[in-house]
Design a protein around this ligand. Sequence first.
Ligand code: NDP
Length: 249
Amino acid sequence: MTGKLDGKVAIITGASAGIGEATAIALAAEGAKVGLVARRGDRLEALAKRIVAAGGEALAIVADITDETKLQTIVDKTKTTWGRIDILVNNAGIARIGEIAKADPADWRRMIDLNLLALMNLTHTVLPILQAQGSGHIVNISSVAGRTVRVGIGGYNVSKWGVNAFSEVLRQEVSSQNIRVTVIEPGMVNTEISDHITDPIAKQRSEERWKSITPLESEDIAAAIVYAVTQPPRVNVNEILIRPTTQTW
Ligand code: NDP
């Protein structure tokens, strides 16, 4: 069987759960060799086994990507194993939401550190390899919250607007070097993301929203990512905004 990504190598952050896990499976199913990055090694190892059992190639790389000293190791391990890197999916993220006046600023820092700075730093670490190859694709997972704002999610909005701004500047800077940049903006997706909300009002609001719609599944976002990275080299899908049909906001 031939896949559209045969011979390609991808790194996916946040691959131990949700959108990242589904993306790793989907990219591997198209023939990509996948570097799986997250903190929970047991889940990464289980996923790697599953991908290998299905005929793919996968490497579990346990790392907290907010630790800048780990980023070069992620890139080096992948490059040493497979000789190249073609796709980076910057997916790992958290949503510690709540209204600004009542927020714990430490949650803002956590979101900026992971959702924005880790994404920027890992991109910066992988870029020299893509530039030397003369090709590559950076896929940044933003959110509807990177395009709109809403009461109660200010810190998350800031982190995701940052992702969108960074992605567009990056696109302008590297597209002449044959490097593509895609930003994906999901609406509500059925994952573990809301399990970590600690603010009781934000939790209640979030639960009400979840009950009011049929959310997307992680596989829906993975399919959007596969679409973007399997286009002919002349095509750069810049942005995909994807909401559940019944999500009005
Ligand atoms: P999940 O909570 O299901 O998964 C988050 C992933 O990020 C996990 O694999 C987790 O692994 C990893 N992660 C968290 N912290 C770190 C860290 N410090 N270092 C490395 N990995 C880390 O969330 P989703 O799949 O829902 O979210 C994925 C992305 O999609 C995020 O950027 C999110 O903002 C975005 N998104 C999600 C939406 C949704 O409704 N679900 C909507 C819009 C955007 P581990 O704990 O093992 O480290």
